[in-house]
Ligand binder design. Structure first.
Ligand SMILES: NC(=O)c1ccc[n+]([C@@H]2O[C@H](COP(=O)([O-])OP(=O)(O)OC[C@H]3O[C@@H](n4cnc5c(N)ncnc54)[C@H](O)[C@@H]3O)[C@@H](O)[C@H]2O)c1
Length: 330
């Protein structure tokens, strides 16, 4: 694929109406804020199973924003039209989708079907928030969109991985059969303010432990790699993917191609939190991927997108957020 000459303009969203599912979650709430800043009318929906209304405090001040507390597996919004549907509702952290395993499969299957039907009825462009977990424990590095993955279909992560794979193919079948304008974002590890301190993911875990002066818990030997994308860069990728006229029916990785080992990452977090670097090793959870790194050539060429925020800058913002959360708790 060669680079497409196209410039993203915020006007694409101005005066239009978007539905955001999972609006009270980490990514959903940042997306809502971004769309509102573009002058878009935003309808948010969330059942608050893993989200938090506090994340929408800023959005609620806007006359362009409205919110429904509902489970999207059986919900229909009263609004007549939507130009855009961003479908982000789904538990996303391993701790959450283990606790809510069946709910996770239902929101990604029935919930996605419900939203696709809505997109058809209301004439909306549909974006599915999928995940790098569709690649499972990958045997190919870095992972390009053409890689089919290496997923355990009945393991402890399968409720998430396999239901996202189902959501992807359902989305593609609505595109093939009905010509629905769909786009699929394969989201890789994203971090930033508004992550839950107890969501079990490595970024909040390390920061909270470092701020409390505790040793950082490293699963396995810490040589497994992850690539962390700052939330503002992720949101930029999502709005571009939805807006790009030539991205109809496309699947695009959105993540940071800079790989770091968990041990290197622990050192950076400890340093930025101003604490002594101490780690404590614990057993690796089953099916934990050894390497995870996106090939983002397609996002670069199709969307003119690139991660902009350095790990240090992104972590500074995130650490400041968690400091406030901890101060509020004390
Ligand atoms: N954050 C990441 O690094 C990451 C990585 C890959 C994929 N994703 C995807 O991005 C999306 C958002 O992830 P997040 O990190 O913001 O997670 P999150 O848990 O903070 O947000 C998900 C939101 O969906 C809501 N929700 C869940 N089931 C619902 C239902 N049935 N009806 C209505 N609302 C429901 C939750 O209450 C929550 O507010 C998810 O689809 C996730 O799979 C995120």
């Amino acid at each position: 694929m060669s680079t497409v000459a196209w410039e993203f303009k915020e006007e694409h969203f101005r005066g239009k109406r978007a539905l955001v599912t999972g609006a009270a979650g980490f990514l959903g709430s940042h997306l809502v804020d971004r769309l509102l800043a573009c002058g878009c009318q935003v309808v948010g929906v969330d059942n608050l199973s893993t989200g938090n209304l506090q994340n929408l405090a800023l959005a609620k001040e806007s006359p362009l924003f409205s919110f429904y507390e509902a489970d999207i597996t059986g919900w229909s919004p009263p609004e007549d039209t939507f130009e855009f549907i961003f479908h982000l509702a789904s538990p996303a952290s391993p701790v959450d989708y283990r606790r809510l395993s069946i709910e996770t499969m239902l929101v990604n299957s029935l919930g996605t079907k419900n939203l696709l039907d809505l997109a058809l009825q209301r004439g909306a462009v549909f974006l599915l928030a999928s995940t790098s977990e569709v690649y499972g424990d990958p045997l190919v590095h870095p992972q390009a969109e053409t890689y089919w993955g290496n997923v355990n279909p009945t393991g402890l992560r399968a409720c998430y991985d396999e239901s996202k794979r189902f959501a992807e193919v359902l989305t593609m079948e609505y595109h093939r059969r009905y010509g629905l304008d769909v786009r699929i974002a394969r989201i890789f590890n994203t971090y930033g303010p508004r992550m839950r301190p107890d969501d079990g993911r490595v970024v909040p875990n390390f920061i909270i432990q470092a701020l409390r002066g505790e040793p950082l818990t490293v699963y396995g030997d810490g040589r497994q790699t992850r690539s962390f994308l700052y939330v503002a860069d992720q949101i930029e990728g999502l709005v571009r993917l939805l807006a790009a006229p030539h991205a109809k029916g496309e699947v695009v990785n959105i993540g940071n191609p800079n790989e770091t080992t968990i041990l290197e990452f622990a050192k950076v977090v400890a340093e930025l939190c101003g604490c002594e670097y101490r780690v404590e090793y614990s057993e690796l959870p089953p099916d934990d991927p050894a390497r995870r790194c996106p090939d983002v050539t397609k996002a670069r060429q199709l969307l003119g997108w690139e991660p902009k925020t350095s790990l240090v800058d992104g972590l500074r913002e995130t650490i400041a957020y968690f400091r406030e959360i901890l101060a509020g708790k004390d």
